[in-house]
Structures are given as C-alpha cells and as structure tokens.
Design a binder for this molecule. Structure first.
Ligand SMILES: NC(=O)C1=CN([C@@H]2O[C@H](COP(=O)(O)OP(=O)(O)OC[C@H]3O[C@@H](n4cnc5c(N)ncnc54)[C@H](O)[C@@H]3O)[C@@H](O)[C@H]2O)[C@@H](O)CC1
Ligand SMILES: Nc1ncnc2c1ncn2[C@@H]1O[C@H](COP(=O)(O)OP(=O)(O)O)[C@@H](O)[C@H]1O
Ligand SMILES: [K+]
Length: 538
C-alpha cells in the first residue's frame, strides 16, 4: 500500500526528514531533479517553465537548470526577477539558474506568454503547490488559462496549480496537466473532488532515500491499495469443494417496484464465487425473480400491500439468515416499515452483514439525528459492511453534506469512530471510493466513469457478498477484503467499457464480466509481484 498524505502531514514529514539530516534545500534539489527526469522522458527540445513566488517555483527553477544542462532550450517565465523571489529557498535556486544559459522572461503579457508556449513542446507548471489557497490571483489567473489553451504537453509540479491539495477543489483557474509529478507522497486532494480531472497521469518522487523509515511517523490521510496487496484473496478453487463449503449468500432484497436490483445483486454474488446464493424477496416479486434467475432459489417473504417486506418479514428473514455465511440486505428493498424491521433484526444476528442501498436508508431512518449519535443501533460482534454512495452516507450522518472524497471520509469516520470496531467497514462509494476502517482509510483501484450507471452499486454489493462468503470469516482485515471487491467491480467496468464502449455500459453488462475481472485483478497482482510479465498477462 502507498500512503496518501494531507498537506499538514507532508509538512510534518518534511520536518522529520530535516531532523534526520536532509534539509529542505536538499529536498528542493531532489524535487527539481525528479521533475527534470520526468520531463526528459518526453525528449523535449523547447521547454517553458512557469514559476510562482514560493517553493513550488523553486522546484521549477532547479528543473530548468538541469534541463538546460541536457541541451534542452529552456525559457523560465517568472512573475519577478530572480533576486526578488520572496521565498529564500526558491530565491537561492532562482539566482543560480539565472547565472546559466537559461532564458528568463519576467512578467510577460498574455500574448507574449502565448507566443512562448506555441514554440514549446513541453511546459512545466511550477506556479502554485501546496501553499495555494482561495482563488487564483493575477498574474497567475492570466497564465493558467493561457497555458490551458496552448498546445504543449504539461507537467505539473507537486499539484496542478489552482488545485487545493487537501480538498481537491479546483479554483476558477486550474492547470489541466498531462502528468503531475508529486513530491514525497501523493496529496489527498489529487484524488478528491476535481483532482482526478486535472491531475492526468500521477507519478511520485520520493526525494528521500530512507522515506520508508520515517513515513509511519506521521498519520496517513489514506493509503492506495495496489494489486499486490490483494494477493491473499486470489485463490484457485479447490477440487473437493461443495456448493455450501464454497460459501453461501442470502440476498435480502427487492420489492414489487424494484425486483431487478435483487436479481443483479444475487447473480453478482454467484459470479463472484459463492457456491450457494439464495434470495429472500417479498412474495409480490418472488416469482418474477425466480423466472429471471433459474439458478438461484428464491424464498418468498410476506409482503405489505405495496409489495415491500411486510410486518411478518423480520422474523421469517432472520430465521433463514442465520444459516448463511454472509447476508446482503438492501438492493431495491424500499424503506417501508417492514424493511426497517428486517434491517434492525439482521443487525442483531451473529452473521456477516452487508447493508446497501435502501437498507442504509432504513438505518438512517432508525436514528433521529445521524447513526453516529446512536451507535447502539449498529454496534455488533459479527462483521458489518456499509456500502453507501455519497447521498446515502449523508443521510446516515444526519444530512451533513457529503459531496467529495474528503467529506465522505469525514462522514464515514464519524460512523466508524462512534463504534470503534475492527469489524465495521464503511465503503464510501464515489468516483474515488474510500474504504474507511477504524484505523485506516484505503483507496482501492478506481474504475472508469462507465460505472456511473444505475444498478452498478447492486453489482458491487453482490460482488462484496460473494467475496465475504468465500472468505469464511478467515479475514485479517475486512477493509482489505472490501478493497478486493471494489477492485473486481472496477475491472468489470474496464472490461465492459472495452466491450460495449465507454458510454454504453449498463449494469447488467458488468455481471457477466465478473469472471474476467477476477482474472484481471489476479494478473495485475502477479505483475506487481513480478510473477507474470506484461506480455503473459495479455
Ligand atoms: N517544504 C519542503 O521541504 C519542500 C517543498 N517543496 C515544494 O514546495 C511547495 C510548497 O511551497 P510553498 O509553501 O512555498 O507554497 P507554494 O509554492 O505552493 O505557494 C506559495 C506561494 O503562492 C502564492 N499564493 C498562494 N495562494 C495564492 C493565490 N490564491 N493566488 C496567487 N498566488 C498565491 C503565495 O503568495 C506564495 O508565495 C510544494 O508544493 C513543493 O512543490 C519541494 O521543494 C520539496 C521540499
Ligand atoms: N465517475 C465514476 N468513476 C468511477 N466509478 C464510479 C463513478 N461514479 C460511480 N462510480 C461507482 O459506481 C458505483 C455506483 O453505485 P451506486 O451509486 O450505489 O449505484 P446504484 O445505486 O445505481 O446501484 C459505485 O461503486 C461507485 O464507486
Ligand atoms: K504546480
């Protein structure tokens, strides 16, 4: 796993590194070297380096110096003369670079800048880094759109200028990078809110050769899960299994209005490897589900007058649910009062439970002002996995706004910390999904935007249930198991986009690609571990 840090954590880490004997000036030299080597991989002839007033600019000045030593024609565009750069560290390197054969253009007009960029084949954006806040002021509010309107490839130093490195919110003017060369560790804002739209390809320069020894001395805002981390969940099917020993799932879902959600979740659980998947659905839709899923037994549960679980459902469902390795509750269920009773009944059972979709809305309704205020509602011994999207998550914490990765992590942590159990995981779904456990926040492999289609969450919930059931409770870290399920879901998205086209994927396409996705995750993990080469994996 690779750490993702907040700006505050990066500053703490830089101070620790300094105490260990590597100064900030040396880190700036290494940052500039990393930017230069990233730039040289494009074999550029003409590079424009845009520098700001701070240390982000300092990285740019160092990179400019190195690039000119590699016979690249470099033009540094600065708002002030090198002698007037306010940051002392950056001023030192600016003066040094100015003493070499580098062209420096101070305070160009929009047209002058545009003319320089037209001639360049690469631009380096060292205007604003982690010190940026608020809206972009002149002259950068002119430079940034001029850069975005120009043709050269853009490498942003540390963060795209104009992006808040913590919240990931882009200012009105924000550099759209082809590649972002971030320093020491990726900043959380690169993954949050607008970040993914502006960052381009992300590369990280560690800058300090003993980073491994100090990285755990600061908290980590989150950790990126790499395929190799998932290797424990990749196991061949033993020859001597039977359908029950493979793992069983009960999907408690559906209603007369939404039978499809139950079908998709159940089929996905089976495709994800569970040997025995059954559906407990209101009798108003049970026959429909039976006809659509001949391989899956459907248990008809008493309905209410509108075709949702009725008053008698709680007792019947809970009696059945005890026998399964995993229960998934929620897809297409509605929030009728019988459903709320089913959810509270299942929470009392000693069986791994996944609450998704309407089960989460029921849970939210069972509390008055957010479930984190009433942890007794969801505190239990057996594992509990909640899989809310941002709106569901917001409802769970009493309608506190949740609209990006940062606010989703905060909300999920409120739910986690109110209970403080290793067995509780909140999978906060979004364009970037965060898996929040009591100690760590994991960022699993993200899928393509094609996954933003109705029913895609039902497929994920099914994959999650299949994964939990086949693990048989033999799980060191539930967060990592959830990361595996999310990765499989992400790869169904890639496979479906390749087969049907990015915009044409519908949720049912994902289900039949789960097998392929399982294989893709395995291939990536093996590649990471050096067991398989690129060619073999294809
Ligand atoms: N501190 C360290 O040890 C290291 C820092 N490094 C670099 O230093 C950067 C952080 O440097 P700084 O803290 O100097 O910050 P920045 O260089 O990111 O920005 C600070 C400057 O930007 C200006 N600014 C802030 N908000 C603005 C706005 N809204 N409109 C226009 N101008 C604005 C400020 O006037 C200030 O001069 C990192 O992103 C990284 O690139 C690297 O050199 C590695 C080592
Ligand atoms: N822009 C996106 N890029 C990648 N994945 C996305 C994007 N938008 C949504 N997803 C993923 O798609 C799934 C959607 O789930 P959800 O909102 O519950 O859908 P539904 O309720 O329709 O089943 C989640 O796993 C989410 O992480
Ligand atoms: K930058």
């Amino acid at each position: 796993m690779k750490p993702i840090l907040s700006t505050e954590e990066v500053v703490k880490l830089e101070n620790i590194i300094e105490r260990e004997g590597t100064s900030k000036a040396e880190l700036m030299e290494h940052a500039g070297e990393f930017v230069a080597s990233t730039a040289l991989s494009y074999h550029p002839k003409e590079v424009v380096v845009l520098v700001g007033f701070g240390n982000n600019g300092g990285d740019g000045w160092v990179a400019a110096d190195i690039l000119q030593q590699h016979d690249v024609h470099v033009v540094v565009v600065s708002p002030v003369e090198p002698n007037e750069v306010p940051s002392a560290l950056a001023r030192h390197v600016a003066r040094r670079t100015a003493g070499r054969d580098v062209e420096i253009v101070v305070g160009p007009s929009r047209d002058e800048l545009a003319a320089l960029l037209v001639k360049a084949d690469l631009a380096i954006d060292a205007i604003l880094g982690t010190g940026f806040h608020g809206e972009v002021r002149p002259p950068f509010s002119i430079w940034i759109p001029t850069l975005n309107d120009s043709s050269p490839r853009v490498i942003s130093v540390d963060v795209p200028s104009g992006l808040d490195s913590d919240s990931g919110v882009a200012a009105d003017h924000c550099v759209r990078a082809d590649k972002t060369a971030t320093m020491i560790a990726p900043k959380i804002g690169l993954y949050s809110a607008d970040g993914p739209q502006f960052v381009g390809e992300l590369v990280c320069g560690e800058l300090y050769d003993r980073l491994d020894e100090v990285i755990d001395d600061v908290d980590h805002a989150a950790e990126i899960v790499e395929p190799a981390d998932l290797v424990d969940y990749i196991e061949p099917l033993p020859a001597n299994v039977n359908k029950y020993s493979r793992g069983s799932v009960l999907v408690v879902a559906g209603s007369a209005r939404y039978p499809g959600a139950a079908m998709m979740a159940a089929k996905s659980a089976a495709r994800a490897g569970a040997g025995y998947v059954a559906v407990a659905a209101p009798d108003a839709c049970a026959n429909l589900i039976r006809m659509a899923l001949p391989s899956i037994p459907v248990i008809a549960i008493p309905s209410d007058s509108r075709g949702s679980f009725g008053a008698a459902a709680r007792q019947v469902v809970c009696e059945i649910a005890k026998k399964y390795d995993c229960v998934l509750c929620g897809p297409g269920m509605t929030t009728a009062s019988g459903c709320m009773q089913v959810v509270s009944g299942l929470l009392e059972l000693d069986v791994p439970l996944i609450l998704d979709a309407d089960a989460l809305n029921c849970l939210a309704r069972l509390s008055i002002d957010g479930i984190d205020k009433t942890p007794e509602l969801y505190r239990r011994e057996a594992p509990l996995i909640l899989t809310p999207h941002h709106r569901e998550l917001s409802r769970l914490v009493g309608d506190v706004p949740v609209d990006d990765l940062g606010t989703a992590i905060d909300a999920a942590q409120r739910i986690e910390w109110a209970v403080g159990s290793d067995n509780l995981v909140v999978v906060a779904k979004g364009a970037t999904t965060a898996i929040v456990g009591v100690e760590k926040v994991l960022i699993p492999i993200s899928g393509p935007a094609s996954l933003a289609t109705a029913g895609s969450g039902d497929v994920l919930a099914g994959i999650m249930a299949g994964t939990v059931a086949t693990a048989h409770g033999d799980v060191d870290r539930w967060e990592l198991l959830c990361a595996y399920a999310v990765a499989v879901h992400s790869y169904t998205g890639f496979a479906a986009a390749a087969e049907y086209g990015e915009k044409s994927v519908i949720a049912t396409d994902l289900i039949d690609l789960i097998g392929e996705a399982l294989q893709l995750v395995e291939n990536e993990a093996c590649k990471d571990l050096g067991i398989l080469t690129d060619g073999e994996a294809e």
